[in-house]
Write a protein that binds this ligand. Structure first.
Ligand code: BDR
Ligand code: CA
Length: 313
């Protein structure tokens, strides 16, 4: 039977890839997608989600979630990713005026988990505002999930700041509540995701495809790789797809029990994931922290799925 999943996301092109992989592999059954503010303000991430859904003909319901972090002013990644939260070197994603399901994304997530107790894996690849709000609304939710998997944090320093990874930096109070919720968090941070990096060779593979959807997707893929090129690097880390690969091919990764605390103060370190890898001897674990990934087979899995999806879109 296919594994039931809920995706919480702030698209973003790497979010788009993660979503596409979940739709492409029959071992997953995606119940719904809740959108959160993150890479860009909510109206933009939501418009991106609806446009992605329409482009590929996905039928998974999409819900609007939280527009603001729990406690701090909003900060987006538009300074790096542009006003749309993702860049393209090709044709732009046509906007979609339909496909938004009624109701709040947080309530939809709560309802889906309650409807399938013990069976839903929640994958969160944006700031954790929706997830923390769902846990506040339904305190039993962490116990009802099968697993909670996130892209966020880092064992090695940040990207939004020297200390903080973007998804945690964008809503540290939400992240703290999620790591404190009682369900162990499978954490795929910058350190793990950087072991899966895409470059020109991967763009060329996609350029072999025909069709408008493939051309549009490839333009954004190239725009994503460009984030690295402009910094003089050959390859760009594949952040949000990394935990999807783990769900499909766990043998390609090494995770270690850890205690992850979210720095909520700190003059320079707010939003840092302070990772203590000493459990069980010296600390009580609240997470499984991804450390090692086999990049080559992981990327092969990603490209195979993307090529298959785009060939049939
Ligand atoms: C994370 O931040 C966002 O920009 C990406 O979509 C990813 O979720 C990487 O730090
Ligand atoms: Ca994201």
């Amino acid at each position: 039977m296919a594994r039931k999943l809920w995706l919480d996301t702030d698209p973003g092109f790497d979010d788009w890839m993660a979503w596409a992989l979940l739709e492409a592999d029959p071992q997953f059954h995606l119940l719904g997608v809740s959108v959160v503010a993150g890479n860009a303000p909510l109206p933009v991430t939501l418009a991106n989600a609806l446009a992605i859904r329409a482009l590929h003909g996905f039928t998974t319901p999409v819900f609007a979630g939280c527009a603001r972090p729990l406690a701090q002013p909003q900060s987006t990644a538009q300074d790096v990713l542009g006003a749309h939260g993702m860049r393209s070197t090709g044709p732009l994603l046509p906007p979609a005026s339909h496909g938004l399901s009624a109701g709040h994304g947080v309530q939809a997530l709560v309802d889906a988990v309650r409807a399938h107790p013990g069976q839903v894996t929640l994958l969160a690849v944006g700031p954790l505002t929706n997830v923390a709000t769902a846990f506040a609304l339904a305190p039993e939710l962490p116990q009802l999930l099968q697993a909670l998997v996130i892209m966020g944090g880092s064992t090695v320093g940040g990207n939004a700041t020297a200390a903080a990874e973007f998804n945690i930096h964008a809503d540290p109070e939400a992240a703290a509540r999620v790591f404190d919720s009682g369900i162990p968090v499978a954490m795929f941070g910058l350190n793990a995701c950087r072991q899966l990096a895409v470059g020109d060779g991967h763009v060329q593979q996609l350029r072999t495809l025909r069709g408008e959807a493939a051309r549009i997707f490839t333009g954004y893929f190239d725009g994503y790789v460009d984030l690295a090129r402009v910094r003089g690097r050959a390859a760009q880390a594949l952040y949000d797809p990394t935990p999807v690969v783990w769900l499909a091919r766990p043998e390609l990764f090494t995770l270690q029990p850890g205690r992850v605390e979210i720095e909520l103060g700190g003059r320079y370190t707010r939003g840092m994931t302070v990772c203590d890898l000493r459990p069980p001897a010296r600390a009580r674990a609240n997470a499984q922290v991804a450390l090692q990934a086999q990049g080559r087979p992981a990327l092969e899995w990603v490209m195979e799925r993307l090529l298959a999806l785009l060939a049939r879109t």
